[in-house]
Design a protein around this ligand. Structure first.
Ligand SMILES: Nc1ncnc2c1ncn2[C@@H]1O[C@H](COP(=O)(O)OP(=O)(O)OP(=O)(O)O)[C@@H](O)[C@H]1O
Ligand SMILES: [Mg+2]
Length: 512
């Protein structure tokens, strides 16, 4: 589309300016303006327009390809109904043997489907027989007439492979695609060709269309993972790589790969100098008054070392004006409340006052990017000031591709810093001593402004809870291991004198 528009308009302009010198600067500005003036469609498929660099280009043609069951028909219909809701007219052609009743039956399980629009804003025609008996040329003639008669703004052809098989040679299919494309572009109609065949990159269809989307469904261990890739997109800066998508009752939801979408944070970063109380007064005294505002802190340690308890103390200071969010993978909200109760923190009261929200995603089947978008949206819409992510491992477990976890966490923490939220992330390590972790995962820890190690020390057969400040952004701190005491019914956690190793006389060990 872009190429067509640019070549036509540019040649005309250059022709008019023959004789005079066309300044290169003006030409570039003109081409940029042309690119910006191209209309993009709003698909209303969450995340879909983002991976396409802004959406499908009106009047362009696309191939949606993927194995049977990948979700091509659902995606195309979801886009079609969105067009209809926005005043568009859609012509949906099936070149498959399957009946439309079956199609409507399966679409009716999805929320975007509106039966009353079928036959009005969306026309479904089965041209399987026409194609079989009369061939591609007759099909093109019929389509041209229908498009003109209905004033269609979108044409969807489900079953491009069938069209391909009826062609005597590749040339026929090329002519078929070209005819439809030309006609559609002239009338500003967007064309989607759906195919379950894996058409290779050098095929005529690929060469001719403006964009190609590949929908993949793969097995990772015993889990099914759906991912989408824009393999070609003329005139658009599409997001590269594989993007997770899910099919649910609302239809398709695409999760643009976080590190590609937010490779630079979408807001401006601040360099604040204020301190935020951590909820542990003695700790604040040792780190210059509290955690640096809008920073990200990793609280690292083995199971049972007090990470969740630290988080709960941090949340205790939330107010309705400066609310907090607990984003956890382990305890259900009820179990978290009972854990907090043992620390004399009333979670229900904080929730009722509007000072705290709880988001719990069990460690079952999660989409890593889906978790991140859920978290970022909650932080943004609720204007969260204090955030606890209980269990970075929750993201790690959700990642099917473990190579991207560092980049993913970098994008996530960078974005959080720009959302004016002070974040505390817990991360469970093996072994009793937290500092051992530093050596094994230096890259992860370097993503955080502050690192606090929680540890369990064994002395004479007794377990001690210890806390060690490993780093605090731009600050000096006391580097000693401090003994952590959790009193039974007073508020908060207190720290004993640095270096002292006394048994936990409260007898109430915090659990993480
Ligand atoms: N309500 C629903 N909730 C969740 N998943 C659904 C729902 N309805 C359908 N699906 C999933 O969508 C898949 C079918 O998608 P769709 O019909 O769009 O695939 P397709 O790529 O067009 O396949 P084909 O090439 O066979 O036409 C089903 O296999 C199922 O996994
Ligand atoms: Mg289909």
């Amino acid at each position: 589309m872009l190429r067509r528009l640019i070549s036509r308009e540019t040649i005309a302009r250059l022709f008019l300016h023959q004789g005079s010198q066309w300044p290169a600067k003006h030409l570039i500005e003109y081409l940029q303006a042309m690119a910006q003036s191209i209309k993009r469609l709003t698909s209303q498929v969450p995340g879909f327009d983002t991976i396409l660099g802004g959406g499908l280009l009106a009047g362009s043609s696309y191939i949606l390809q993927g194995r049977p069951g990948a979700g091509k028909t659902i995606l195309a219909n979801q886009i079609a109904f969105a067009q209809a809701r926005q005043g568009g007219k859609v012509l949906y052609i099936t070149l498959l043997a399957e009946s439309h009743d079956r199609l409507f039956q399966s679409l009716s399980t999805l929320r975007f489907y509106e039966a009353n629009r079928v036959g009005k804003d969306l026309t479904y025609l089965s041209l399987f027989r026409t194609l079989r008996t009369e061939g591609l040329t007759a099909l093109v003639d019929l389509l041209r007439k229908e498009l003109a008669r209905q004033g269609s703004t979108m044409l969807i052809l489900d079953g491009l492979l069938n069209a391909r098989e009826s062609g005597q040679s590749n040339l026929d299919v090329k002519a078929f695609v070209s005819e439809l494309q030309g006609h559609a572009a002239f009338s500003g109609c967007t064309v989607l060709f759906l195919t379950s065949a894996r058409i290779d990159d050098s095929s005529p269809e690929h060469t001719m269309v403006d964009g190609v989307l590949q929908l993949d469904e793969e097995l990772f261990g015993s889990r099914t993972v759906r991912r989408m890739r824009v393999t070609k997109s003329r005139g658009s800066k599409a997001l590269g790589g594989l993007h997770h998508y899910q099919i649910c009752d609302s239809g398709i939801v695409v999760y643009p790969r976080l590190e590609a979408h937010l490779h630079h944070p979408s807001n401006t970063d601040h360099a604040p100098t204020n301190r935020v109380p951590s909820g542990i007064d003695d700790l604040d005294g040792r780190i210059g008054g509290g955690l640096p505002e809008f920073s990200a802190t990793a609280v690292v340690g083995p199971g049972g070392s007090g990470k969740t308890s630290f988080g709960l103390n941090f949340l205790r200071l939330a107010t309705p004006e400066q609310p907090a969010l607990h984003f956890g993978f382990y305890e259900t909200p009820a179990r978290l409340a009972s854990k907090a109760h043992a620390l004399d923190i009333d979670i229900d009261e904080l929730v009722t006052a509007g000072a705290l929200s709880l988001l719990w995603n069990p460690l079952t089947e999660n989409v890593i990017d889906g978790l991140a978008y859920q978290l970022l949206e909650a932080v943004e819409t609720r204007r969260v000031s204090r955030l606890v992510i209980d269990g970075l491992a929750g993201f790690e477990r959700a990642a099917v591709d473990s190579h991207r976890v560092i980049e993913f966490l970098a994008a996530l923490t960078n974005q959080l810093r720009t959302l004016n939220v002070t974040t505390l992330c817990t991360w469970e390590t093996r072994g009793l001593s937290a500092p051992a972790l530093n050596a094994s995962s230096p890259e992860v820890l370097s993503l955080f402004d502050n690192v606090i190690g929680m540890q369990l020390d064994e002395v004479d057969g007794m377990i001690f809870h210890g806390m060690k400040v490993v780093k605090i952004r731009d600050s000096a701190f006391a580097p000693t291991v401090t003994k952590l005491i959790i009193p039974n019914s007073t508020t908060g956690v207190i720290l004993s004198d640095p270096g002292k190793h006394e048994p936990d006389n409260a007898g109430h060990a915090p659990r993480s």
